[in-house]
Ligand binder design. Structure first.
Ligand code: GLC
Length: 753
């Protein structure tokens, strides 16, 4: 492709004629201009800051303006093109087609799979980009969703569902920082994380990528964006990598939890449940947003201009760039492959970069044709480039385009593994502990069984070494069994047999580590039964038959349908997908860390209850927020002490609560309740309560609801902080029932902690 080719084909002929005349005038001007500004040369990067866009002392906007003015249409279209590393053949196509971005999808890898090989591969591709006339560095994206999880030997952290159970946004930010260091050490500058999906139906195969089922819990974990990027946006911390808020919008709300399905909600419901986490990420300066494959009321998000341009970029003020999902543009017309019309629809809707990811030449040709035909305005192309280049400048890619090898040694470091182990500890949710069977004595004679007791692959789940993940010894780490043996005073008293064969009544307890094998995306959808598989059930039956107390550790990406088996278990811990540091599970089993995890998802009593969520009035086996702990026990790693929520006596008059209906639909409504501190001292806690009458509250955000006796009380969340005298805080809720004649909530606050 020649970068100077501006127009081609019959329709371009007239335009070319006009263009020739115009060019003769322009060239006179340029001749004068060129005398003062050196033109970019093939080794432009070699000219230290010769041109304004290469001058790091200038404001980013100035650098973008200067660079845009120098770019041809093909330069600009190249920036909007993201190609899969393994499909770029020859690698010099990065240069030839001016590719602005490269990615490795879930199955992308290098050989040998080491951090060094990744860094060398990245640098090779980057050098191709730097050899283009304007030397615009490419940006490399990867799904580092729970560590640098494509890299063998990297630290694999718990998946988001476990991090949601920690209720510890500060911990999650620290994890983002550690992941940024390991990712940077491989050269990669951009992670397709965090998923800020609000998983509303546990049948969804991506439930484990969600921090939880409520917008406020998911929003609270947007701190990970600061961990990835730095607290002041991309490039504001060493080893900063661009974060991606995904998948905008409503991916976790599809009917029946069908991956890439249709989210049928009113705009008010969509805004109240699925939008807040993206606002939280935008407010933290997230550099990119990835769109969702799913649809909203039958319309594909990837072609939805209101959602992408008006709501995300306009109303929320998102100034980063929007990237499509993998070959998602191809889905717009329901046919295989992609067309000019689909490209135009997506780009005009607000997609700034297209994850093609294979046929990048076709994409470039189609988009060029659409621009030349006037169906994609140049203003849209320039806006997309401005957004992309702004993030590249902010990241410092123009100054440091190659791998910072100082971080390569952090991959899988002891420090990061210790942090991951802490996260595993805090993510364990103790759901049952009959007779105080836990914590186990370290001197106990234990029988360990289950397919996931000694299996790093099962513990890590999908997006680990490959897209779908797999069972087995896939990367270095500590299995739950190894953690138990390391902690036991006499490891020889710990027997392991996967299927439970050989157990007898001589054991103190049996520990069964069971649950799900790895999956990702739609392959993990469970439209039917959601119980344990036959192997697990048979193993548990053998353990039960021995009469030994059974402790179950459930390694799964979601709540499972286990109500029928629960009576046979003395204890149950939800371990989620803990990753490589299984020692964190044994820390809880033996009481070195008292369990502090709280359910991020309501736990069904049966699969037929799906979707089942907080406040929907269904009779759950374990409610959202449930989690037991031990009465005593050493806790050398203090867990975060949640701010005590005072239990004010209603009517003490330190605050007022005013309800404002913000949306209504047949049979339901949404409202904001503003709590105002009418006292003279800051309020450390508050509670607003009112009689429900015939109504049922279906969802609450930025508040913690409890319902009893036909009355709902919404208290402050730990992260609400204090309300100054005269100040206000607002929580929201949706409810079934009429919005007419709503009672004025009673309000009570306390000034004490
Ligand atoms: C996918 C996923 C998305 C991921 C992308 C690149 O299909 O939906 O989460 O970031 O491909 O791997």
């Amino acid at each position: 492709m020649s970068p100077t080719t501006y127009h081609r084909g019959r329709s371009g002929f007239r335009r070319r004629k006009r263009l020739t005349t115009a060019l003769s005038v322009v060239s006179a001007f340029l001749t004068l201009a060129v005398l003062t500004v050196a033109q970019p040369s093939a080794d432009a990067s070699a000219q230290a800051a010769a041109l304004p866009y290469q001058d790091a002392s200038l404001a980013v906007d100035e650098r973008v303006d200067d660079l845009l003015a120098r770019m041809t249409l093909d330069d600009k279209i190249g920036q909007m093109t993201q190609a899969d590393k393994d499909s770029i053949v020859p690698q010099s196509d990065v240069n030839t087609y001016r590719l602005g971005s490269v990615l490795s999808g879930g199955d992308g890898t290098v050989s040998p799979n080491t951090a060094q090989t990744w860094a060398d591969t990245y640098d090779g591709l980057q050098r191709q980009a730097l050899a283009t006339p304007l030397a615009i560095p490419m940006i490399y994206g990867i799904d580092a969703v729970h560590g640098a999880n494509a890299v063998r030997g990297a630290t694999i952290f718990p998946h988001n569902i476990g991090l949601g159970a920690t209720r510890d946004p500060a911990l999650v930010e620290r994890i983002g920082r550690a992941v940024a260091e390991e990712v940077s050490g491989t050269g990669v500058d951009w992670t397709f994380a965090p998923c800020l999906c609000v998983a509303r139906n546990d049948r969804w195969g991506r439930t484990y990528e969600s921090f939880g089922e409520t917008p406020e819990l998911v929003s609270s974990m947007a701190t990970v964006v600061d961990g990835f990027q730095g607290a002041d946006g991309p490039g504001s911390a060493p080893a900063s990598v661009l974060a991606t808020a995904k998948h905008y919008i409503g991916d976790g709300g599809t009917t029946n939890g069908t991956d890439q399905g249709d989210t049928r909600l009113t705009e008010a419901e969509l805004r109240s449940v699925h939008l807040p986490p993206f606002k939280a990420a935008v407010d933290r300066g997230v550099g990119s947003v990835m769109l969702s494959y799913s649809s909203w009321n039958g319309v594909k998000v990837h072609g939805h201009k209101f959602l992408v341009t008006d709501l995300l970029k306009g109303e929320l003020g998102f100034d980063g760039f929007v990237v499509s999902d993998w070959a998602a543009v191809d889905q717009l017309d329901g046919q295989t492959g992609f067309t000019a019309a689909e490209v135009t629809k997506a780009v005009n809707a607000g997609v700034d970069m297209v994850m093609v990811p294979y046929d990048y030449k076709k994409f470039i040709g189609l988009l060029r044709g659409e621009v030349n035909a006037g169906r994609v305005p140049m203003s849209r192309i320039d806006d997309a480039n401005r957004r992309i280049l702004t993030q590249k400048f902010r990241l410092g890619l123009f100054e440091k385009p190659l791998t910072d090898r100082a971080y390569t040694s952090t991959v899988g470091s002891a420090e990061h593994r210790a942090l991951a182990r802490q996260a595993v500890r805090q993510s364990q949710v103790l759901l049952k502990n009959e007779g105080g069977v836990l914590p186990l004595a370290k001197s106990a004679k234990l029988f360990v069984a289950g397919k996931s007791a000694d299996d790093i692959g099962n513990m890590s789940g999908g997006w680990t070494m490959s897209w779908q993940g797999r069972s087995g010894d896939i990367t270095p780490g500590t299995t739950v069994l190894e953690g138990i043996r390391e902690t036991a005073t006499d490891p020889s008293r710990v027997t392991y047999e996967r299927y439970g064969n050989g157990i007898d009544g001589s054991y103190t307890a049996a520990v069964a580590v069971v649950g799900e094998t790895p999956y990702a995306e739609g392959k993990g959808d469970r439209p039917g039964a959601m119980g344990l598989d036959q192997e697990d059930l048979q193993t548990l039956a053998r353990l039960k038959a021995s009469g030994v107390p059974v402790v179950v550790v459930l390694v799964s990406g979601r709540p499972l349908d286990i109500a029928a088996q629960l009576p046979d278990w003395k204890a149950l811990i939800a371990a989620w997908l803990p990753g490589t540091e299984g020692g964190g599970v044994s820390d809880v089993l033996f009481g070195d860390h008292r369990p502090t995890g709280k359910l991020p998802m309501t736990w069904m009593r049966g699969a037929s209850q799906q979707p089942i969520n907080q406040g929907d009035g269904k009779d759950a086996l374990f409610p959202y927020g449930h989690g037991l702990t031990y009465g005593t026990g050493t806790d050398p790693t203090p867990t975060p002490t949640p701010t005590p929520t005072p239990t004010p006596t209603p009517g003490t008059g330190l605050c007022t609560a005013t309800t404002k209906v913000t949306g209504s639909w047949s049979g339901g409504y949404q409202a904001d309740v503003t709590v105002r501190n009418t006292g003279t001292a800051p309020l450390a806690g508050w509670a607003a309560s009112w009689d429900l009458g015939t109504r049922t509250v279906t969802n609450v955000w930025n508040g913690t609801p409890t319902t009893s006796g036909g009355r709902v009380t919404v208290r402050n969340t730990p992260w609400n902080g204090t309300v100054p005298a005269g100040g206000t805080v607002t929580f929201g809720y949706t409810a079934n029932g009429s919005a007419d004649g709503l009672p004025v909530p009673a309000c009570a606050g306390t000034t004490g902690g």
